[in-house]
Design a protein around this ligand. Sequence first.
Ligand code: DGT
Ligand code: CA
Ligand code: CA
Ligand code: ZN
Length: 570
Amino acid sequence: MKNFEIAKILYNIALYLEMEEEQFKPRAYEKAAHSVEALSEECIEIYQKGGLKALMEIPGVGQSIAEKIEELIKTGKLKYYDQLRKRIPVDIEQLTAIEGVGPKTVKILYKKLKIKNVGDLEKAAKAGKIKKLSGFGEKSEQDILKGIEFFRRSKGRFILGFVLPMVRDIQNRLKQLPEVKQAIVAGSARRMKETIGDADILVVSNKPQKVMDYFVSMPEVIDVIGKGETKSSVKLKIGLNVDVRVVSSNSFGAALQYFTGNIDHNVVLRGIAKDKGWKLNEYGIFKGSKQIAGNTEEDVYEKLGMQWMPPELRENTGELQAAIKDKLPRLIDYDDLKGDLQVQTSWTDGSNSIKEMAEEAKKFGLEYIAITDHTKALAMTGGLDEKKLLQQMKEIEKINRQLSEITILAGAEVNILKDGRLDIDDKTLSQLDFVGASVHSLFNLPKEEQTKRIIKAIENENVDIIFHPTGRVIQQREPYEVDIDRIIQMAKDTETMLEINAYPNRLDLKDEHIKKAVQAGVKFCIDSDAHSKLHFRYLEFGIAQARRGWTEKKDVVNALSLKEFLKFVK
Ligand code: DGT
Ligand code: CA
Ligand code: CA
Ligand code: ZN
């Protein structure tokens, strides 16, 4: 059993336990799932090497959960999970994916209306049965229908940060075949889009048959959709489709350009070629029947009169015009970050201690991190109050004395209350090195009220940054309604930073908002929002998001050295 399958079961157990109103266990399972999902090594390999003990070294995994993982690895099943499912036989994962439907609602809906899946739910809502239940009304019934629509729209796409390791693994194995010169991920994954419909891999080889044979018989393939001489498509066990195309070296650049897309970008580019009297396709640029470019992607763009541009920009949102004028942004690079300013620990809902997080960050090449545990209004995470925050500051001072080459800043992720006040007093906040404020409740306020609420937090002198500014969770929760232009303007006026949250299903701000904020002169932090030491690798996706929003290094405050960073924050 693969990590993603194990993680899924652990998440579902958390949901079942929440349904049964267990107090702490749901969080424990959720933590373990967060970690398993982020592991770079398969649990089965960890287990084969070091047994149960090695499993217990996964952050957030204690004896009891380790034993469950062991059972899953050995038997492909879990008795405990089966028992939970038997008691309330519903598709908990699907139902709770609907915004506004939590485990407790699922239980009520099952008990009262025998709703087992999204189909049942939709039928019941359309028949007006839900609004008649106590605790529900016309509005909640409409919200459920809206949630179902959103769910249907986002179904079938995969969150890049969660599936890219698997795609890269396939790429690397293809690359290692003796017949293969080059293998590269193209399509939306190369553009680092937040979700991908399928993965596209381009291979250079003059023995395509061998590549096809290997590709369709990989162990993770569950279905071969098509196998041709130079192109094949498969479905992986996780449900993701992967296309592989084999091309020859002399058209590699043109193929890479073509299959990276996006389509709109390609269409405009093809028009530019046509205007010059040429033809552009996946084999090259052709003047009559003569290929005049196609070896490399650089050649293709240069021949068409513009700079090569990073794939993250290729969405036909002005990048071609900018490239022609030699005015492309100099994007922040994947190795530019020196700090991570949103890190949770076992003081609240994180899986690792402050020290473990700091040591891992150092291994990751960072110079500083801010510990930003949740605060008291977010009770379910065990949020810290003023007293605990001060205690944590002391602890951080102590750990800083023990560590070298990494500095821990004392911070917090404070909650913005309904009226825009914060849940921690200003006196305490003023003593912290770094304060992030975020909305974790009342996502449904009217736009004007929500906007005012956040602006009030921005105006607080102690607030350095607004974390995940629109609150969306990809495929789970729509952003709350907010006037983003006013937030951006206010952030600029008060020199408050906006976060580019790197967690793969947040990526908040999103690209178009980042672009607006860059133009307005707002500064950003790109943060992992790590809840486990395995999550620092998610920073890559935050940087990708920043790049998709045309962000340069100078726009990103945590690309500064610690000294410069502290000067900026002060
Ligand atoms: P996805 O898979 O929905 O996340 O998005 P993409 O961009 O990976 O799209 P996909 O997999 O359908 O095709 C990969 C690339 O191939 C796409 O970005 C551009 C190129 N492409 C596909 N179909 C066409 C087409 O009809 N015309 C042009 N010009 N390019 C195409
Ligand atoms: Ca694709
Ligand atoms: Ca495709
Ligand atoms: Zn948290």
